[in-house]
Design a binder for this molecule. Structure first.
Ligand code: ADP
Ligand code: ADP
Ligand code: MG
Length: 590
């Protein structure tokens, strides 16, 4: 009995935003399926709304009142007459309850059966399922932690460092690396706090923390008739804060037969949980051995690199499988051709390796061109990266017959990219692509954090400090044309003909007022306060840690003096411009 009855899909509600919603809308339109977009107050007229056939308003900018409101999405499902829901990634993509509600409403869920989401969504139960399928997980525990003593015991038995991981974590969040027994209690508390804030549940478990691994994953695809295939490997080892920045397919420089073994392991895991549709089995690889890390029961951000080397459209295949069609090919038909590399263009300032989020208006976005290049963007010139959501601006992918051709083509493409208004990760990615450790595959998941990024060229206005403007000026010297970037102080307006970069959008360490009030540069949650009333502080000293846009940001004092007032505590939700701490400026000479 097929799990999915044959049911042609005519109209798809895309329960997401940004580049992935645009990506899904394009596949729908290629197939002649009507694409229905949804949007929040912050996304009226956003690119994903412009690219869809119809669009429905959900609610306020806060995700809980829009993209994470089950009730509002189900209402749009009814009102629009859509017969299927594609969740994209993030938001409700790995939420079994929402998938069930969609099916109960009579629509097709373009994703795996809710049961498979449940088994794999909990990292503890997914480790048990993988082990039972004969794919060993990273050495670790299979029960929720009850206290720091267990962390200490595990570390003493298996060696430090140890990773504390949130069972319901994702997107790089809810994980702490513990280097010694002394750090255990604090790290557990902080992992649980982050997990409750982001995922609503505190359960954590332990894994041995591998020191120099590569992140290698396998794309799988299954239909409702028991056919399961894999579409090869991807290497996503270039990461910051356990989040991917550059991905490629296939994983390079593996010993003979290993990619094949990884593919077979992934198929076993998929079969073990009754998987249907597209999914990814993530593995961690070190010293010739690989372990099960987790399974993502959805389409992944980096799926285009697999599309480039297989020639398959994964979203089209997702829709076909969801409508009840069998896969039209077998494992033997899957061939990997050439090599593809993707960079995630995030609105973040990579200066000094800090990768501070820089939401704000994108005054200009020039997309690269040329053969064998693909750009999947969620924004065009004039759009705004909201502080409320993920800051992925676009993905740029290059294909080549071999890895080095793809690498050089992508590097050239990055030189063509121009983004004004927000800083982006592009300068850091260009450094990586040009680095011999990357081109010779000597990197690991922790390699980027050790790379010196202090010399990065300015990538946007945020790096120039509060209120500064970047202007690009054309000059001619001896008949030769030059383009020169200059940083101007706030308020400067005397340079005719220059392109305005816009004011600093407020990187975490630049949003400080001169009068001693320290304000939140963006909406977020205070996770730690580092000062108390009466404490002396110096300008530039961190006063609290704010979690926003998936990252912990140090908020610094703008003035030297004494702390007069602390207005927030751990867990406080703050909005842009809210006062966090008030500093009594020191008198001259103090
Ligand atoms: P998420 O759900 O946040 O994606 P993962 O379990 O996939 O969580 O881990 C994210 C990243 O963290 C991995 O890609 C890897 O770089 C790192 N990581 C996770 N577990 C370990 C481990 N046991 N040892 C070393 N690195 C790890
Ligand atoms: P991928 O492996 O597809 O690259 P990531 O772990 O980088 O996945 O996550 C992709 C995006 O999806 C993240 O940027 C985040 O916005 C979102 N995301 C992933 N997992 C979760 C989760 N469990 N809860 C909420 N958002 C998530
Ligand atoms: Mg992962």
């Amino acid at each position: 009995m097929p799990e999915t009855p044959n049911r042609p899909i005519r109209k798809v509600l895309i329960a997401n935003r940004g580049e992935i919603a645009v990506r899904v809308a394009r596949a729908c339109r290629d197939l002649g399926i009507v694409a229905v977009a949804v949007y929040s107050d912050a996304d009226r007229g956003a690119m994903h709304v412009r690219e869809a056939d119809e669009a429905y308003h959900l609610g306020a900018a806060r995700a809980a009142e829009s993209y994470l409101s089950e009730e509002r999405l189900l209402r749009v499902l009814r009102e629009s007459g859509a017969d299927a829901v594609h969740p994209g990634y993030g938001f409700f993509a790995e939420n079994a309850g929402f998938a069930r509600a969609v099916v109960e409403a009579g629509a097709v869920w373009v994703g795996p059966p809710p049961h498979a989401i449940e088994v794999m969504g909990d990292k503890i139960s997914s480790r048990v399922a993988a082990a039972a399928a004969g794919v060993p997980p990273v050495p670790g525990t299979e029960e929720a932690l009850t206290g720091p003593a267990e962390v200490v015991r595990f570390g003493e038995q298996h060696g430090w460092p140890v990773a504390i991981k949130a069972a319901f974590g994702g997107g790089g969040r809810g994980m702490r690396v513990v280097a010694s027994a002394e750090e255990a209690a604090h790290a557990l508390e902080s992992a649980q706090r982050e997990s409750v804030a982001a995922f609503g549940r505190p359960e954590c478990y332990l894994e041995k923390y591998l020191a120099w691994p590569r992140h290698i994953e396998v794309q799988v695809l299954a239909d409702g008739f028991g056919n399961v295939v894999h579409l090869g490997t991807r290497d996503c080892s270039v990461q910051r804060r356990h989040q991917k920045l550059i991905e490629e397919a296939p994983a390079p420089s593996l010993p003979d037969g290993l990619a094949q073994a990884m593919g077979e392991a992934a198929v076993k895991v998929a079969r073990a949980c009754g998987y249907v549709n597209a999914g990814t089995v993530e593995l961690i690889y070190q010293d010739g051995a690989f372990y099960f890390l987790e399974m993502n029961t959805r389409l992944q951000v980096e799926h285009p690199v697999t599309e480039m080397v297989t020639g398959m459209d994964l979203v089209v295949l997702q829709l076909m499988v969801a409508s009840g069609e069998p896969l039209a090919f077998t494992q033997e038909d899957v061939t990997i051709s050439g090599h593809a590399i993707e960079v995630r263009v995030n609105a973040e300032d990579p200066a000094g390796g800090r990768f501070n989020p820089t939401p704000g208006p994108v005054d200009r976005f020039r997309v690269p061109g040329g053969p064998w290049l693909r750009t999947d963007a969620g924004y065009e010139s004039g759009d705004t990266v909201s502080q409320h959501y993920d800051n992925l601006l676009a993905k740029i992918v290059a294909w080549g017959p071999d890895r080095d051709t793809a690498r050089r083509r992508l590097l050239r493409a990055l030189q063509e990219v121009e983004v004004e208004g927000v800083a982006t990760t592009v300068p850091a990615q260009a450094v990586v692509l040009d680095h011999p450790d990357f081109s010779e595959v000597r990197h690991s998941t922790t390699w980027l954090s050790e790379l010196d990024l202090s010399e990065l060229p300015p990538s946007g206005p945020a790096v120039a400090g509060p209120g500064a403007l970047r202007k690009t000026v054309d000059v001619e010297v001896g008949g030769r044309h030059y383009e020169v970037s200059v940083w101007l102080p706030p308020g400067f307006s005397g340079l005719a003909g220059a392109t305005e970069g816009g004011p600093a959008p407020g990187a975490a360490d630049t949003m400080v007022a001169g009068d001693g009030t320290v304000v939140a540069p963006m909406q977020g949650t205070v996770v730690k306060v580092l000062v108390a009333p009466g404490d002396p502080v110096k300008a530039g000293q961190p006063v609290c840690v704010l979690e926003a846009m998936k990252m912990e940001n140090s908020i610094v004092a703008g003035t030297t003096g004494n702390v007069a007032e602390v207005r927030v505590g751990p867990g406080s939700s703050v909005g842009t411009g809210d006062i966090l701490v008030v500093v009594d400026p020191a008198q001259d000479g103090a």
